[in-house]
Every structure is written in C-alpha cells, then in structure tokens.
Design a protein around this ligand. Structure first.
Ligand code: FAD
Length: 413
C-alpha cells in the first residue's frame, strides 16, 4: 500500500508535533510516523520561555495549559553557599516570562493527542527504515506494528526523529560532536519535604564539583526529577550492584539533596542512565528534506536548551516548507541552517563557559550588575536570536570579557 501526502514528519516528539500542527494549519496533508507507542519515556523536562512562542503558533498552548504542569518562573544555580537566581520576569528581551516543568511522557502525549484531534494522522509503532529522494517527491519505507512494509510518498520530509537521527544516519551525514562525552544518572522521586522554601516554580542546578552538576526539577504531580551529569569517570566511584543503590549514594553525596531527598522513594524501579548524547550533522537540510530538533545538533542539557531548539527549529522549518510547497524559492542555507546555527552557537558559548568555569565567575560574583544579569537571563530563557541583546550578539566576547573583569575586581578587593 502506498500513501501520498504533502509532508511526511518523522517522529512525534515536540519538534515533530509542532511542525505537523503548523503544516496542518496551513492546509497541507501531513502524515506523522512514530516508531514507539505514546506515552513513551524521553528525558528533557525543563522547558524555556522561548518554546511557548512555537507552541502558541502551533495552537497547542491551551491543550498543554489544561494539564496543569508545574509553572517554571526561573532557574537557580547553587555552588556551595553561593546562589544565582534567574527570574524570567526580569529578563531583557520582551517575550514570555514563564514556561513549564514537565514529565515528558505526558507532555509529548498531550501535543501528539492534540494534533490528532485537529486532524493529523499519526501512525504509531511505525519505523522509518529507508528514504529515497527523487526530483519532486520522496518515497519512504516504514515497518509497521505487524512487521509489514509500507511506502509513503511525500513532497517533503521533516525529520524530527530526535536520538533516532533517521536521515543523517541513512544519508551518512552524522558528524562527531566536539563536546566531551558525558554521562547522566537520573530518576523521578517523591519530594516529601517540598515546600515553598524549595520554590517548586523553578529548577535548581547544583554545582557538585567543577565538572559535575545536578538538576532538580519539581513536577506538579508531587514528584521531582533529580539527575547527575558529569564525566563518565565521575560515576565510577559510585558504581554499585544496581542503579538504585548507586543513585542513593549520589543523592547522599550532595548535602542539600541528602537532607531533602534522603527519605524519598524512587518513582521508577531503577534510575536510568544515558551517555555521550551530543551529536551533530553536516547539514540541516537537503533536496526534499529538512532536519529539526535533536537531529540537527544537541549540545548538553545544562541550560535546558533541547526542547526549545526542537520547538523553534520545527516552527522555522514548517513555515519554510509551507512557502517552498507554494512554489517559492527558499534560501535554506541562510534562512534555516545559519539561523538555527546562530542559536545553537550562543548556547554553545554558555555550555563551554559552564564547563571551563568562566560562567561560575559570572553567576557567583559578589557584585552582579542587574542589567547584565537580565541580558544573560534572556539567553537562559531561550531568546538566543535577540540580536539587541549584547550577550547574544557578541556572546563569546562579552562572556569572556565580563568574567575577566570580575576576576580582576575580585583580585583587587
Ligand atoms: P524526541 O523528543 O527525541 O522525539 C523524537 C521521536 O522520534 C521519538 O518519539 C522517537 O521514538 C521517534 N523516532 C526515532 N526514530 C524513528 C524512526 N526510525 N521512525 C519513526 N520514528 C522515530 N531538553 C530540555 O529542553 N530540557 C531539559 O531539561 C533537558 N534535559 C536533558 C537531559 C539529558 C541527560 C539529555 C540527554 C537531554 C536533555 N534534554 C533536555 C534534551 C531533550 O531530550 C531533547 O532535546 C528533546 O527531546 C528533543 O526533541 P525532539 O522532538 O527533537 O526529539
């Protein structure tokens, strides 16, 4: 059997669902193929305000609002007794001041269910195994739930397959990331001591040691996601007979977490672990296809950039595909790839600055300039395309110069 559609979207994660919603709204015939059944687990629970704009354009905000996820108003960074609290209401850029902290299985399912309700077809348990591109269409082979093969003809393909990296893998486009390999160990746990003192409306990032950090992301269901990220070697000293024992040892190693989560129960049988997730590709587009979300480039989760980059790339790509299918000549290099790369590069500066310690000097300086912190707050809110922000426009130079200046201030004090 061969189906014929305008756009085939691979993957029903946030990038796939947002792209499909925008294309459907424009009157195009869209088919989404998703290899799993939903709800399915994926990590990436702390959103950034910028992704709200993509959800809004895709008309998915109301469905998410109805789920009463935990509102996120900021992010707090803690190193020993030093605290740097970013409140999105004080950010430089004129944009969204809040977002959500979400268990992704539920969040992704709301988005997917809502696009189905609007009329998009999602074929679950349907895995892309081959893609052939011709002059004005493509033929994609999928394996369905019963093991049979089907073909889908499409005028254009959006690949939002996340860690699946379908087109880069099939077309040999994958490139090794320059980011150092890192490992994460994480779980959802009960939070019996949660109170306003722990401010559930923001995430906390603890600096455990200069190369290891911990995320604490409270959910509205009462559980909290706690994860450790560090060099693979860091975890060796905690290796145990099972992941649960290892995780308990990790919690006990950070005093604030030992106090807050010492009596917590694990919401999962075993914590999970992931390693070496950073990836990139030679190009974000090609004849008849565009890549969105994690398939393009994924750096490191310390600033929660993943879902936002997935949402914004889906929003940009879908709008360009609409114009392309109307017959317009699209400059994919400048209007998509370079634009997306710009945002990724801003985040890269901050990720690198985190791991080389530059940002610690900025975040934990004694006298922080509120105007500068508001500009950095906008970066952490995902407004990494706002060129009016000096900490976006000249990200690398300004972060380094500020850190050096604060260093001399400290030395002279
Ligand atoms: P996904 O959400 O991965 O969705 C892709 C979908 O494609 C999946 O459902 C998959 O089943 C489907 N698929 C794959 N292969 C195929 C195939 N062959 N055929 C059909 N379907 C297929 N991001 C944040 O924003 N905030 C965070 O706090 C955060 N924390 C993170 C912590 C860690 C340790 C890591 C590793 C990542 C974190 N991320 C975070 C990043 C986040 O996980 C991703 O950026 C985000 O999920 C990307 O969304 P997506 O839509 O591109 O892909």
């Amino acid at each position: 059997m061969q189906k014929n559609v305008d756009v085939l979207v691979i993957g029903a994660g946030p990038s796939g669902s947002i792209a499909a919603a925008i294309l459907h709204k424009a009157g195009l015939k869209v088919q989404v193929v998703e290899k799993m059944t939903f709800p399915r687990f994926v990590i990436g629970e702390s959103l950034l305000p910028r992704c709200m704009e993509a959800l809004e354009e895709a008309e998915l905000l109301d469905a998410v609002k109805a789920k009463n996820f935990q509102q996120k108003d900021g992010a707090k960074f803690v190193m020993n007794d030093q605290i740097c609290d970013f409140n999105f209401s004080q950010q430089f850029t004129d944009g969204w001041r809040w977002t959500w902290q979400v268990p992704r299985a539920e969040f992704d399912k709301v988005l997917a269910d809502e696009i189905v309700r609007k009329g998009v077809d999602i074929a679950y348990q349907t895995e892309v195994t081959d893609v052939q591109i011709f002059d004005d269409h493509s033929i994609t082979t999928v394996k369905t739930a019963d093991g049979s093969e089907e073909k889908i003809q499409a005028r254009f393909i959006i690949d939002g397959s996340g860690y699946g990296r379908v087109i880069p893998t099939l077309f040999g486009l994958n490139r090794e990331s320059t980011q150092a390999p890192r490992r994460a160990v994480f779980c959802h746990i009960t939070d019996p001591k949660r109170s306003e003192a722990f401010e559930p409306n923001r995430i906390i990032i603890y600096v455990h040691d200069p190369k290891t950090w911990i995320w604490v992301i409270p959910f509205s269901n009462g559980n909290t996601s706690v994860g450790y990220v560090g060099d693979p070697e860091f975890f060796e000293k905690y290796e145990s007979e099972d992941m649960a024992t290892m995780y308990r040892k990790l919690l006990a190693a950070q005093p604030e977490l030992k106090d807050r989560f010492g009596d917590s129960e694990l919401a999962w049988e075993q914590p999970r672990t992931l390693q070496s997730w950073s990836s990139t590709t030679d190009t974000f587009y090609g004849k008849g296809f565009v890549l969105t979300g994690n398939v393009t480039e994924f750096l490191d989760p310390v600033f929660s950039s993943g879902v936002t980059l997935a949402s914004v790339s889906a929003q940009m790509a879908a709008n360009l595909v609409i114009r392309h299918l109307k017959g317009e000549e699209i400059d994919w290099e400048n209007d998509y790839m370079k634009k997306m790369q710009l945002g990724v590069d801003v985040f890269r500066t901050y990720v690198n600055g985190w791991y080389d310690g530059t940002l610690f000097k900025v975040f934990f300086a004694e006298n922080r300039n509120p105007d500068i912190m508001a500009q950095i707050c906008s970066v952490l809110a995902g407004y990494v395309w706002d060129e009016n922000n000096p900490f976006v426009k000249n990200h690398e130079k300004n972060v380094r110069t500020l850190a050096r200046y604060l260093d001399t201030q400290q030395t002279n004090a």
